[in-house]
Design a protein around this ligand. Structure first.
Ligand code: NAD
Ligand code: UD1
Length: 354
């Protein structure tokens, strides 16, 4: 029996393949390479010492999915495939809803048809209601207590089509379970994945100018960009810059192994909703300092205005993942920076071929 890994050539998917192989799971990768390169799979093959079955396909292509389910014994799906750039989602909402929401519907329909009823879904901390909206909707809640976020914190007040697509998919999965209790569903809400595999051969390879902090810092350190713009220095945080819950991608990847183990070992379970974070928040300046230490390079920065839509603090309460799955994030911020740097300095242009 195999696990179908949609989006398995991407950043988190490729790292999860390594952890699944370490845990002796068999898998098949299904990806349309819209935001990745098959080179990541060649590199994973070298790490795990095994060849990977890869199908170049789109999750919206029902005929192709049926062919895959018809030709292989697939008993579960880890569903990473999706578009994830927040800014782009504001400009291209229809493309995001089509790719993420319609794509997931097509996948779930084919899974149902073939009796494959186990799915782990990549959700995001972005589904938690924006505290500004929370202030309006729940005036009795204290914004300062917004983080740590628990799985039962308010959700759905999303601020962009990307976040809304994740929230919609969570609701679709919950409704699917209500209609068919034999579905086993794990919704994993990721915080801020960073870092790379220890080998320095796989990692995050963003297109164009990175939107996220760690890839941007890495590109400054390697000399591809002049300086980092620090978005906001007047937040109510220990040094005025934004605080986030950065989690090593290998810890995150292992969380998927634990989720699949759980689904395999339990019957009659309601959909699980689990935060995958460390529970510790670091500021932008904390990350810059840690990166300078790890790389031995200077990371010049300028303090600029806040980025629209950003919040001061966002970090997880990860206690449910520990209680339910026996999972905790183990790797420190220093290790996240060392591993990001190894990947970036060994591969200044990422996988190059896209
Ligand atoms: P990524 O872009 O590196 O990987 C996504 C993969 O899905 C890519 O390989 C892409 O080619 C593929 N894909 C996209 N649309 C597809 C389609 N229609 N059919 C087939 N394949 C398709 O992104 P990632 O960082 O590895 O993220 C994986 C998942 O985790 C995404 O769903 C993302 O929204 C979610 N997530 C990511 C983060 C993050 O910060 N990286 C945070 C929270 C949630
Ligand atoms: C972003 C996404 C969010 C996604 C999350 C996970 C946005 C608005 N949100 O959130 O949907 O779930 O990533 O990866 O893109 N920063 C700088 N300079 C930069 C880049 C970032 O100062 O050049 C700061 C930001 O203001 C923030 C922190 O660094 O305080 C982290 O930013 P980023 O990596 O973009 O992640 P999030 O904002 O948490």
């Amino acid at each position: 029996m195999s696990i179908l890994i949609t989006g398995g050539a991407g950043y988190i998917g490729s790292h999860t393949l390594v952890e699944l192989a370490n845990a002796n799971y068999d898998f098949i990768v299904y990806d349309n390479l819209s935001n990745s390169s098959s080179e990541s799979l060649n590199r994973v093959e070298k790490i795990i010492g095994k060849s990977i079955t890869f199908i170049n396909g789109d999750i919206r292509d029902t005929a192709k999915l049926k062919e895959v389910f018809g030709n292989h014994s697939i008993d579960s799906v880890i569903h990473f495939a999706g578009l994830k750039a927040v800014g782009q989602s504001v400009e291209q909402p229809l493309e995001y809803y089509d790719n993420n929401v319609v794509g997931t519907l097509r996948l779930l329909e084919v899974m149902s048809e073939f009796g494959c009823k186990k799915i782990v879904f990549s959700s995001s901390a972005t589904v938690y209601t924006d505290p500004d909206k929370l202030n309006i909707q729940h005036s009795k809640l204290n914004i300062k207590e917004y983080s740590p976020l628990r799985e039962d914190s308010p959700v759905g007040g999303t601020t962009n089509p990307y976040g809304t697509s994740k929230y919609m998919i969570e609701r679709i999965l919950e409704d699917l379970y209500i209609s068919d209790n034999s579905f086993k569903i794990a919704i994993l809400r990721y915080f801020n994945p960073v870092g790379a595999h220890k080998s320095g051969t796989i990692g995050e390879d963003p297109n164009g100018i990175p939107n996220n902090l760690m890839p941007f810092i890495s590109q400054v350190a390697v000399g591809k960009r002049e300086y980092l713009s620090v978005f906001g220095s007047d937040y109510d945080t220990h040094d005025g810059t934004g605080v986030r819950d950065y989690i090593h991608v290998v810890d995150l990847a292992y969380g998927h192994v634990k989720a699949i183990d759980y689904l395999n070992n339990h019957e009659n379970i309601k959909p699980l909703v689990v935060n995958l974070g460390t529970g510790t928040g670091y500021s932008v300046i904390d990350v810059v300092k840690a990166f300078e230490k790890a790389s031995g390079k200077k990371v010049p920065y300028k303090l600029v205005d806040r980025r629209a839509g950003d919040i001061a603090k966002c970090f997880a309460d990860p206690s449910y993942a520990k209680e339910l799955l026996g999972w905790v994030a183990k790797r420190s911020l220093d290790e996240m920076c060392e591993d990001s740097w190894r990947w970036q300095s060994n591969n200044p242009d990422g996988y190059e071929v896209k």
